[in-house]
Design a binder for this molecule. Sequence first.
Ligand code: ME8
Length: 498
Amino acid sequence: MAFSVTTPIYYVNSDPHLGHAYTTVAGDALARHHRQRGEDVFFLTGTDEHGGNVARAAEAAGMPPKQFCDEVSERFRRLTTAMESSNDFFIRTTDPEHERRVQDFVQHLYHDGHLYEGTYAGLYCSSCEVFYTEGDLIQPGNLCPIHNRPVEWVEEKNWFFPLSKWAPKLLELYDANPDFVRPRARYNEARSMIAGGLEDVSFTRATVSWGIPVPWEPSQTIYVWVDALLNYRTAQEYGLGRDVTAEFWPTSLHLMAKDILRLHGIVWPAMLLAAGYEPPRGLFVHGYFTTGGEKMSKTMGNVIDPFEVIDLLGADALRFYLMREVQWGQDGDVTWEGLHRRYEGELANDLGNLVSRATAMIVRYREGRVPEGRNALEPVHESVAARLDAVDLSGALEEIWTLVRSANRYVEEQQPWVLARSDEPEQVRALDDALYTLADTVRSLGVMLYPYIPASAEKILAAVGDPGAITWERAALGTLAAGSEVRQPEPLFPRVEK
Ligand code: ME8
């Protein structure tokens, strides 16, 4: 089985923020989970570097565009590393291998008669790099619905892609794949955009010089969104030093937030259909992080710096918070207070204490060897896998947490420290069962939490003498071997000053 998952490639017009970290962690958790299931995985992220927006940011920074892109892209790459993202490739749209392929793709559309010349006059948001109609905008004042800033009137001669012509094929695609876009509300939104009639898209720009030249008309550049969307294809062609499209195309899952649904759910599959490529298998549209109810974005400036979170609490704390705090698919507020609350309440107390108590008692009462016993708790791995198959990242984590909570309740009910006072065979057996249950449950948690908090999961597995056993079969309860060597780890989530 092969699984390919992507994040959007992020604009380098300013620094990475928590919203970018969100999609990358989500992609990484899915990639790690599918690897656990024994699948071949291609997980892709990267940066989107052309277009007027980036050119303006470079100018404001007083730098040549390429140098500016190198610097900012490097910060995005550093964030993926700092978050322990296991992406197989990090694409940059200024990679010459990408640029050449984008030109080939567009040339191919042109050659096959899929592009026509026309004049575009319309309202353009240069932050979105998207044309809007008046109906899309906030009135009065023609404000961009995303950036809440006035759009500009732009008029130029461009090459157009006849998107409207592809509506019937797109509807077929949607009707044949009821999960093409998830959640359902986003599917309905995209489908009704198509059914309501599509406008053709101008695929070239006469006024933007920071972009890939149109091969047959080099005074124009290729529209940045065409260039950007194609990353999902070109990365599979050159990213690993060999073409892996036979294995990984079409992409299994594109992750993104709702602001770019139209481009991914409509323009992208239409481009692919026109060029004779299979469209992606599916999209998942997650919600927005907000702070104080407002969408968090670099243009808005209201940001929590993910690097700061990692420095203070570690990558796993950031990853956990992002996947836990906001229901996957919904919008939600993220705050430093919320982060500290989850860190202390759930990571340090619920999970950290469980691991610490379980291992300490086995060290104390059974000389650090897991006794023979039966796990008394209800397994959750099947419902976790089902949630993850439905791309419900916070739902799967909540399922895992029900096991964390029941293990903690179990300790309180069994009171192993009381059982340990007696030599009665029945009590000894009860203590063995309790200790086995705890060690084995902690181990299963390590396996299931690995996609979310990989470094801590590895420490947990090492502490119960089962390092490296992260394959999904091992999520089942009762698979820990008696006799495994247990040691009490350093605190997994040490207390920090706020
Ligand atoms: O749109 N909450 O790049 P971008 C949740 N280059 N997720 C957020 C977020 C928030 N407040 N802010 C950003 C672009 N994101 C294009 C994409 S793809 C061919 C080209 C995440 O830098 C979310 O995944 O604006 C969103 O779709 C993406 O970052 C937008 O990043």
